[in-house]
Design a protein around this ligand. Structure first.
Ligand code: ZN
Length: 347
């Protein structure tokens, strides 16, 4: 099917930043000859590290899609670094609650096993593995990971795999899924809640950590990343976080347009990350002056955005009153007034 190229769909016009990364020579086509939705595989160059990262092929439409797609089709070398940095940040956060030995990276079973995190104290023999979604998705990794889990469990270790969404648990009881490119403190809180449910740690400790709502070991993680991966990792992380922020912002804009408010519940998720939690975090930062000014401006452009919590804003009481009023009116009008307009109750 031939789609005419116009200003509304031309890659170089609609996504100029992405278009800069097109390798025209390898691809045999220029960015002004492609539409953003083109179902054609072309070659891309890493704009952050053009000299050291190899070009890679990806379909245009996949690169211009949602955050998960964009991220999943980004520079493979950057992604590998990002996954390692993600793991170190999570490890640093978990170390504030668990007795993790930061220097221990191997264990002995019937062979030498390289493991991500070892927490050993009286009564606790826990191994945590972080499975980034990109590197553990194929069948071969599933089989390798599963076999390793079996060996570690046979050697007396409790093994918990931290699987990044959309990966599913390999072991339905012990493994836990965290959001795609989740903030380290969110992923850590999810892991700790899971460990508490398994009876491995005190539920109060997990609850206390979650209540803090902010990274507790950012400096330690920063030092580990510099020492083990290098300064380039910090730049890659920065880019990835900006991209993630943009995708949550886009989702909030769409949510607000649909519902007329900015208080999504925690179960509204984008790529496995909670939009409700994200909003609370932005509000918390805004109230304490830690939100970047340009982000504050972007959020302020959303009509019903407010840095007040839902409680302070009286949102839920007004919302309940609204629902009661809606229920009191006649069915036809109710159908028209209710969000969703399909008569289903929303919660
Ligand atoms: Zn790269």
């Amino acid at each position: 099917m031939h789609v005419a190229i116009t200003d509304k769909n031309r890659l170089s016009t609609v996504k100029p930043d992405l278009a800069k990364g097109l390798d025209v020579k390898l691809s045999g086509v220029a960015a002004d000859q492609l539409t953003v939705g083109a179902n054609r595989s072309v070659w891309w160059r890493c704009l952050d590290f053009p000299d050291t990262h190899e070009p890679w092929p990806a379909i245009v439409n996949n690169r211009t899609g949602g955050f998960r797609k964009r991220y999943g089709t980004g520079c493979p070398a950057c992604r590998l670094v990002k996954t390692s940095a993600q793991e170190l940040r999570l490890k640093a956060e978990l170390s504030t609650v668990l007795p993790i030995n930061p220097d221990r990276g191997t264990l002995r079973t019937t062979q030498t096993e390289h493991v991500d995190m070892v927490a050993e104290a009286d009564g606790m023999r826990l191994v945590l593995e972080f499975d980034g979604s990109y590197y553990h998705a194929d069948e071969k990794s599933r089989a390798t990971d599963h076999a390793k889990s079996q060996r570690l469990r046979a050697a007396g270790w409790t093994l918990v795999r931290i699987r990044e969404d959309p990966l599913t648990p390999l072991d339905p009881t012990y493994d836990v899924v965290v959001g795609f490119v989740a903030e380290p403190e969110e992923a850590a809180a999810d892991v700790l809640d899971h460990l508490a449910r398994l009876g491995l740690i005190d539920a109060a400790a997990a609850g206390q950590y979650r209540a803090l709502g902010a990274p507790q070991a950012a400096e330690r993680a920063h030092a580990w990343i510099l020492e083990r991966i290098g300064a380039q990792a910090l730049r890659i992380e920065y880019t990835a976080h900006n991209d993630a922020w943009e995708s949550m912002f886009e989702a909030l804009t769409a949510y607000e347009a649909q519902t007329g408010h900015c208080y999504p519940t925690d179960d509204v998720t984008v790529d496995g990350r909670s939009l409700g939690r994200w909003c609370r975090k932005q509000r918390g930062r805004q109230r304490t002056g830690r939100l970047r000014p340009e982000r504050e401006k972007r959020l302020a452009a959303i009509l019903t955005w407010s840095s007040h919590t839902a409680f302070e804003a009286g949102f839920w009481s007004r919302y309940r009153a609204y629902l009661q009023r809606a229920q009191a009116t006649d069915p036809d009008e109710r159908a028209m007034n209710r969000p969703g307009s399909n008569g289903d109750s929303i919660s």
